[in-house]
Ligand binder design. Structure first.
Ligand SMILES: Cc1cc2nc3c(=O)[nH]c(=O)nc-3n(C[C@H](O)[C@H](O)[C@H](O)COP(=O)(O)OP(=O)(O)OC[C@H]3O[C@@H](n4cnc5c(N)ncnc54)[C@H](O)[C@@H]3O)c2cc1C
Length: 293
């Protein structure tokens, strides 16, 4: 990942990040080094970049169907599509197509706070976050990696929680208050066909509306042009919604000894799901099948 830095205040945050455990393996690039990796940035006022070799990108649109197929073919997992779960009370699970018998259950309702264990979820005071996303036509060359910009340094806690981020935040408040108001920060990744997935904005509401404003899109594209000089046309737009909380990255609840409810409340479930699943399944298995050990 290349985080293109356009302000000295951002450089200070990047330098501080490198001294943390999370900065291991990352490096600060001067402008010349940035241009060596990403020549197109010559048309921007970038003064350098934070380089990280750690990120791996997965195209959810392809990966999720392939994962589903593999789980079914390799492990015999049965998926019940177009089915609503109405009640979870092991060994009985009542669904819209009948009862299922199960010793234990993990409920992952995403942003559906009202269908299962609604009273317990309500006590966690969660809300929802709506994001605007774009796909742009290929710029005609391969990006060196995922790209980000200064705005990411005041959004992601690994950077934003550093003391050095306070001064950057003050400057961005003055210069890019519209972007901050719409929760905009920049991530650009390239698909195999060359097109770019560009995000995103963050609007919080208990009942998010589906409308994505043209102004939000303009602000995302302004940041894209400023940080990367990419100016390709938009070919696709979509919004997504995820569960959100101000005070915790996820909720793991135990409504019954043989049931867990898991809700990721930080928009990071695609990256963290496997690790969380390992912990939750391990714990549930230990507790539920204690007698069998
Ligand atoms: C636009 C966007 C971009 C994102 N980008 C990233 C990213 O770059 N990196 C990252 O790590 N994360 C990202 N996320 C967050 C990530 O997608 C979520 O954290 C993750 O999908 C949560 O997974 P989940 O399975 O818990 O919930 P979900 O993916 O929300 O799935 C829950 C499913 O359960 C179904 N359901 C709910 N109740 C019932 C019921 N009673 N019966 C039957 N089905 C039910 C829902 O319909 C839904 O299909 C992004 C999210 C969005 C919206």
């Amino acid at each position: 990942m290349l985080l293109v830095v356009r302000r000295p205040e951002s450089l200070r945050v990047a330098e501080a990040f490198l001294k943390t455990d999370m900065g291991v393996g990352c490096a600060l690039l001067e402008r010349a080094d940035l241009l060596h990796r990403f020549l197109q940035a010559r048309a921007t006022d970038a003064i350098g970049a934070l380089w990280s070799p750690h990120e791996v990108r997965v195209e959810s649109r392809d990966a999720i169907p392939r994962l589903t197929r593999w789980l079914h073919e390799r492990w015999g997992v049965e998926f019940l599509f177009n089915t609503t779960t109405l009640d979870v009370d092991p060994p009985s699970i009542r669904t819209s197509i009948g009862r299922i018998s199960a010793a234990a259950a993990i409920v992952c309702p995403g942003d559906d706070f009202v269908s299962l264990f609604a009273d317990r979820i309500a006590s966690r005071q969660l809300t929802k976050c709506r994001l605007s996303m774009l796909r742009l036509a290929t710029p005609g060359y391969r990006l060196p990696s995922a790209l980000m910009s200064d705005l990411g340094l005041v959004r992601y806690l690994g950077y934003a929680a550093l003391p050095e981020a306070v001064v950057l935040r003050e400057r961005l408040d003055r210069e890019q208050s519209a972007q901050l108001q719409h929760g905009i920060h920049l991530i650009v990744v390239q698909s195999t066909d060359g097109s770019l997935v560009v995000g995103d904005s963050h609007h919080y509401d208990d009942t998010p509306l589906p409308y994505a404003s043209a102004e939000t899109e303009r602000l995302i594209l302004d940041e894209l042009r400023a940080a990367t000089a990419i100016d390709s046309p938009v070919i696709e737009r979509w919004t997504g919604v995820y569960a959100s909380a101000t005070d915790r990255p996820m909720v793991v609840d135990t409504p019954m000894p043989s049931v867990r409810t898991v809700i990721i409340t930080s928009g990071t479930g695609a990256s963290t799901a496997f690790a969380i699943a390992e912990e939750v399944v391990g714990d549930l298995y230990d507790q539920t099948f204690e007698d069998l050990k």
